[in-house]
Design a protein around this ligand. Structure first.
Ligand code: NAD
Ligand code: TYD
Length: 334
């Protein structure tokens, strides 16, 4: 049976990779992409499929109850990516994070409930808080301890999704993944910011002592995990999805510098992020044991592919960095 699936936030980094993945893997399925095109949404990510008759873009807000209801009644699956996603922005102003991440999820859940639609919610390992150097890795039973406005908003949305399962029997699953990297990532996040800065001959701003640790997951591996959860995951369950690649930010920076033939003089140590979590890392044994998933792309390979993608797609990120893209959409979209 073919699906009609609503992907929210499909013009963003992971959502656009997911739509490409899905239409390649399930060419018979129909995908509706609902995206507000905030600063992070970019239709250039989907240019190659804009004329695919199984793909439709709807410009709109997940907080818009009527619009969401109209779309949800046409679909049999929702994969929910849309969110404000950058920790640094949530520190400056958290209003949009509460609105899109919490209220937007609530609107989608109510529409899914009205039409009894299968709902997969994309969350983050940041909801678990900060790991000490000797703590066990995050898993599905780790208590929530969000410490940034971003992770607090994601934790709130996860709780809502679970509440709709327990209270209303809505068929949901949740995945909490670690830091993704790969093509189409907005150049405000560590890897694309550093790669594009170096191409432009600029220094790379490393926060604090550079010893914070993240667990890096290649975006295509993440898309495969979502595919398995959507098709074979147990309803009501959460799955932790990690890359099995813990690295300090300094290690990542040195790896990027090496790939780009740049010297360590290009590192600029800058003031730390307030409340900067020291370490995130995921134990992915549940999804491995239940769904036979594990990351396939080795970090060195994934990073090299990513660096090459940014080298080969300068027009894509130069439009973003110069503000040209945003100006175009502010003028041309309703
Ligand atoms: P992104 O910022 O690149 O994209 C987010 C997309 O959502 C954009 O296209 C934006 O226009 C859209 N959007 C925002 N608010 C909206 C609204 N109110 N209505 C409709 N569309 C809206 O984010 P991403 O990195 O692709 O992250 C996708 C999801 O994955 C998010 O839920 C995020 O919390 C989660 N996540 C991301 C990472 C990561 O490393 N990037 C890690 C863990 C979890
Ligand atoms: P980021 O890509 O913002 O993801 P997250 O905060 O969701 O993990 O940051 C990844 C790590 O890189 C995090 O420890 C903060 C650090 N970082 C820098 O050192 N400099 C930067 O300019 C940015 C954007 C991040």
């Amino acid at each position: 049976m073919s699906n009609t699936i609503l992907v929210t936030g499909g013009a963003g980094f992971i959502g656009s990779n997911f739509i490409h993945y899905w239409l390649r893997r399930y060419p018979e399925d129909k995908v509706i992409n609902l995206d507000l095109l905030t600063y992070a949404g970019n239709l250039d990510n989907l240019k190659d499929i804009e004329n695919n008759s199984n793909y439709k873009f709807v410009h709109g807000d997940i907080c818009d109850t009527n619009l969401v209801d109209d779309i949800v009644k046409e679909v049999n699956l929702i994969v929910h990516f849309a969110a404000e996603s950058h920790v640094d922005r949530s520190i400056m102003n958290s209003a949009d994070f509460i609105r899109s991440n919490v209220e937007g999820t609530r609107v989608l859940l109510d529409a899914a409930r009205r039409h009894n639609i299968r709902f997969h919610h994309i969350s983050t390992d940041e909801v678990f808080g900060d790991l000490g150097p000797n703590d066990p890795l995050f898993n599905e039973s780790t208590p929530y301890n969000p410490r940034s406005p971003y992770s607090a908003s994601k934790a709130a949305s996860d709780y809502l999704v679970r509440a709709y399962f327990h209270t209303h029997k809505l068929p949901i699953t949740i995945s909490n993944c670690s830091n993704n990297y790969g093509p189409y990532q907005f150049p405000e996040k560590l890897i694309p910011l550093f790669v594009t800065n170096l191409i432009e001959g600029k220094k790379v701003p490393l926060y604090g002592d550079g010893q914070n640790i993240r667990d890096w997951l290649y975006v295509e591996d993440h898309c495969r995990a979502i595919d398995l959860i959507v098709h074979k995951g147990r309803i009501g369950e959460t799955y932790c999805v990690g890359g099995g690649t813990e690295k300090t930010n300094l290690e990542i920076t040195k790896a990027i510098l090496k790939l780009m033939g740049a010297s360590e003089d290009m590192i600029e140590y800058v003031k730390d992020r307030p409340g900067h979590d020291r370490r995130y890392a995921i134990d992915f044994s549940k999804i491995k044991n239940e769904l036979d998933w594990e990351p396939q792309v080795k970090f060195e390979e994934g990073l090299a592919k990513t660096v090459n993608w940014y080298k080969e797609n300068k027009k894509w990120w130069r439009r973003i960095k110069s503000g040209e893209y945003q100006k175009y959409y502010d003028k041309n979209m309703d």
